[in-house]
Design a protein around this ligand. Structure first.
Ligand code: ADP
Length: 920
């Protein structure tokens, strides 16, 4: 394509037949445009003595003739006359014979290819003067030689080639001396390559002396004509060398290989043009003015001049007189150039892609912003944020404490001055997000209606009268006062008795929002009091989160498992809770994150715990404790029938299906499978039963059989829930001497336990006592007290019985997995020792509890209700309680006490009578 275009262009030029003026003006313009770049120009103008010879193609079909034809008639006079006619670049090739010696111009980089125009900087003042002188006399011709690179130079001048060049010119000046006489020494022309280019000086432009040492310099515009070999130095300062003008070796223009190589060079130049537009101009110019595409040696020179190869490679091309070799070398350089060009284009494209991608995104974002603004959809982020916060905060402004208002205003101010991408902006934004979304005195509506509350509470829970009463009282006080204050109610009881679920019902009864969190195992104070804002990812504590999520300042907050509060290295969460739960302090609760006081005094706190022992004293002091003991069988039946069964059926998708559990089966389920204090296990068992029923129903449905109503009786239970688990609380049907049933109160509720005593060995002075069964310190002390007391007591009851003095005893409390501690086993241990010593079993179905002093007094203990329930569960008929617990027992409801005989004692003597002396 390109070749064709070029040919067309050439034809056009020929037909226009404007060889001289028109072309020269255009070429000058192009030259100006290309500036300092190497410009291809026809190497040799055909002089023929004509004054209009500028830019006339010089070559014939055979390149060999170039020199001869270029040479004829070329003279300084004709050249100078032509310069006056055209005013453009003069191309006139002086005959070799007229230039056996030439001024040597050193080229710091890139050799000058014949046919090419190249600017060269010269700093040698004498050389410049001489050149100017020559030009004034007519045409100036020089020999341009590439400086040898450092490695190949005989000069010791180090550094860059330009430095070498400077050094050379200086040395040349120095070595010539003042009188101009030649001095012995190295040939100054050694620093140049031997093969150079015979060149015409077109222009000499003096440059202002800007170098620090004030050296003169000038730029020469050289047009290469033909190859030269330097033979020797004729004169120094300026350097004049003897030269031999070289001709290209003869070649056969019709040789296939030459043709093919030539074509390939043209094709490669074409390729090169695709990637490098600068070359395009060069070539266009070349093609417009000359027709060298059929002239292989010229083409090779042109191709080489287009390459960015290093000086050595270009010099090699210059030195090759064999046309074929030169074409090959050029082709190699061109191919490399094309590769580099591709790589360059690739890199350029990548960079461009990236830049344009980024720019595109930027423009699109800007556009989006302005579109949004235009449509009023969104103000810019910051303004929108500030507006949001202000809008949220304004309605509350009046109820917010003054100092908090100040903080919020300051923060809003700060936010407006911050850069949205800064981290500070985010911190402030989050802080404002919290500050503005807290309720700040906004209370939720409250239902202070006793009847309604009673209804709601009863609807969800059976029994639990203490808790329900407490809530009703709370409402009553609120009604009378016209306002409610926060309270802290703590429910203590075994698992599964409904502590958590009634918390929820309380909120429902009062019409308040509900929030629950568990502090079991919590060891980090920050969970309650928040992190300081300086921490990355800082958050307020649970209470502030609660206020935000409920949006009111008077929710019911259930703090679960308060007895299992952890204690970590990050401070003591119990103390933090203290601040929260102390009615004196929680009006101005200070969260670390929020840093402004928050009023929590309207919050109704409900805490749950299994035991009270582990709740820190000061915390316990601020709570109202409501005890929930476990349920007896009748209560469980009630709960199961009214609440759990319905829920379990519903969960299994059996609400509409007729499936029932008979009363007997229910009693067995409760009595044999779910004997613990709470009803969670019962709930699980009922769910299990109904899941199995659901499977049956689903199977029947899939086979399209109609199913009769399912009735689950005692015998079916094994199918539904398996065999009843082994019950450890009744090991003995009848207790042997030395074994007594005690009553204990643990985190799981009340339970019966056996205290076993047996003799290990006997002998004079062997009386001792050993205890096992996970007993704590208090219980071990109780054993020691019991042992001492029993010795004395036995003497009074059975004088002469020296069993205790002579026998080493072992007391054990089975159920070794459960840690047991507390003083309430005192009377039980004593009784077991006595029973063994007297070899007399205690009254059947008897259980006892009570602390014993060394003098035999029986002191009251805790957990009477739990113990009573546990005793009943284990089939105990008679219980011995300390006299001090009579009031507790009397408070128990009738159904718990039903069928039980309670004996109240204040001294051990009475215990003895009930337990060991009962049959008298
Ligand atoms: P806790 O918090 O005491 O361990 P939960 O409150 O989780 O126990 O109660 C366990 C389950 O037993 C809940 O589904 C609850 O509804 C049920 N439950 C407990 N006590 C009663 C009750 N008195 N009446 C009705 N359901 C109860």
């Amino acid at each position: 394509m390109l070749a064709r275009a070029l040919i067309r262009r050439r034809q056009a030029v020929t037909t226009l037949a404007a060889p001289s003026r028109a072309r020269s003006t255009r070429s000058r313009a192009l030259l100006d445009e290309l500036g300092a770049g190497a410009v291809a120009a026809e190497g040799v103008g055909r002089a023929r003595g004509s004054s209009k010879n500028a830019f006339v193609r010089a070559t014939t079909a055979n390149g060999n003739e170039t020199l001869a034809s270029a040479g004829d008639g070329g003279s300084t006079s004709s050249a100078s006359s032509s310069s006056t006619t055209s005013g453009g670049i003069m191309v006139s090739a002086a005959h070799p014979s007229s230039h056996p010696q030439v001024l040597a111009v050193p080229l710091p980089r890139r050799p000058l290819m014949p046919g090419i125009i190249m600017p060269v900087k010269v700093t040698d003042e004498k050389l410049i003067a001489e050149l100017e002188d020559m030009r004034n006399r007519g045409q100036a011709y020089v020999g341009a030689f590439l400086m040898r690179s450092e490695g190949s130079s005989s000069s010791s001048a180090a550094g860059k080639e330009e430095d070498a060049f400077d050094a050379l010119t200086k040395r040349t000046v120095a070595s010539v001396g003042l009188d101009g006489e030649e001095e012995e020494g190295a040939d100054p022309s050694d620093h140049m390559h031997d093969i150079g280019t015979f060149a015409q000086v077109h222009n000499i432009v003096r440059l202002p002396a800007d170098s620090p040492n004030g050296e003169e310099s000038a730029t020469l515009l050289l047009l290469g004509h033909r190859r030269l070999r330097k033979l020797g130095t004729m004169k120094r300062d300026p350097l004049v060398v003897q030269v031999e003008h070289l001709k290209d070796e003869k070649f056969d223009a019709n040789d296939d290989i030459i043709k093919a190589t030539t074509n390939e060079v043209v094709a490669t130049i074409k390729d090169l043009l695709k990637t490098n537009p600068l070359h395009k101009e060069t070539l266009q110019y070349f093609a417009q003015n000359f027709n060298d595409f059929q002239d292989p040696p010229k083409l090779a020179d042109l191709g080489a001049s287009m390459c960015s190869a290093d000086d050595a490679q270009l010099q090699r091309v210059l030195e090759l007189l064999s046309v074929k070799d030169r074409l090959d070398a050029t082709l190699e350089l061109l191919k490399k150039e094309v590769e580099i060009g591709k790589l360059q284009a690739d890199i350029g494209k990548k960079v461009e892609d990236k830049i344009s991608g980024d720019q595109r995104r930027y423009f699109l974002m800007e556009q989006l912003k302005s579109i949004k603004k235009e449509l009023g959809m969104e103000r810019d982020d910051k303004t929108a944020l500030i507006e949001k916060f202000t809008k949220r905060f304004e309605p509350k402004r009046k109820s917010v404490p003054e100092e908090t208002v100040k903080v919020i205003d300051e923060e809003l101010q700060k936010l407006s001055g911050l850069e949205p991408s800064s981290s500070e902006f985010n911190v402030t934004r989050n802080y404002l997000e919290w500050l503005t979304s807290l309720p700040w005195g906004v209370c939720g509506d409250e239902k202070l209606d006793i009847a309604h509350a009673q209804e709601v509470l009863d609807a969800d829970h059976y029994g639990l009268e203490d808790v329900k009463d407490r809530i009703l009282e709370f409402i009553a006080v609120g009604q009378l006062l016209g306002t409610t204050q926060g309270k802290i109610i703590t429910m203590v009881g075994p698992p599964g008795v409904g502590k958590t679920s009634i918390g929820q019902s309380i909120a429902k009864a009062l019409g308040r929002k509900f929030y629950r969190f568990s502090v079991g195992g919590m060891s980090d104070v920050a969970e309650i009091k928040g992190h300081r804002r300086t921490y990355v990812g800082a958050m307020p504590g649970k209470l502030i989160q609660c206020l935000k999520s409920t949006g009111v300042c008077n929710p019911v907050v259930l703090i679960d498992e308060i007895d299992k509060l952890g204690r970590g290295y990050q401070g003591d969460p119990a103390s933090a809770l203290l601040e929260l739960l102390d009615p004196e302090q929680n009006g101005t609760f200070l969260d670390h994150y929020l840093d402004v006081p928050v009023d929590l005094s309207k919050v109704l706190f409900v805490c749950t715990a299994n035991v009270l022992d582990t709740i820190p004293g000061p915390l316990l002091d601020r709570m109202e404790v409501v005890r929930l003991s476990g349920y007896i069988t009748d209560e469980k039946v009630q709960i199961a029938r009214t609440y759990l069964e319905k829920a379990a059926k519903g969960k299994s998708g059996l609400s509409d299906f007729d499936a029932t559990i008979t009363d007997e089966a229910m009693s067995k389920l409760i009595g044999d499978y779910c004997r613990e204090a709470g009803v969670r296990n019962l709930q699980k068992h009922l769910e299990k039963v109904y899941r199995k029923v659901a499977l049956k129903v689903a199977r029947a449905k899939s086979t399209d059989t109609t199913l009769d109503p399912i009735v689950i009786d005692v015998d079916d239970l094994v199918d539904y829930v398996g065999q009843p688990p082994f019950q450890t609380d009744r090991i003995y049907d009848e207790t042997p001497p030395g074994v007594v049933t005690g009553l204990a109160w643990t985190a799981m509720g009340g339970s019966t336990l056996y205290i076993e005593c047996t003799s290990v060995e006997s002998g004079e002075g062997k009386g001792s006592l050993k205890t096992t069964g996970q007993l704590g310190d208090v219980m071990k002390e109780s054993s020691a007290i019991a042992h001492t007391f029993t010795r004395g007591f036995l003497q009074s009851k059975d004088p002469g019985n020296d069993f205790l003095q002579k026998t080493s005893l072992h007391v054990h409390v089975p159920a070794g997995a459960t840690p047991k501690d507390g003083p309430s086993a005192g009377v039980t241990i004593t009784t077991s020792l006595l029973s063994l010593a007297m070899d007399k079993p205690v009254k059947p179905n008897l259980a006892m509890t009570g602390e014993l002093t060394l003098t035999g007094r029986v002191l009251p203990v805790g957990g009477i209700k739990e113990k009573t329930i546990a005793a009943r569960r284990s089939g105990v008929k008679t219980i011995i309680f300390p006299q001090g617990n009579k009031k507790d027992y009397d408070e128990l409801s009738e159904d718990i006490r039903e069928g039980l005989e309670a004996c109240f004692v204040s001294t051990y003597d009475e215990v003895y009578r009930h337990a060991l002396d009962w049959d008298r």
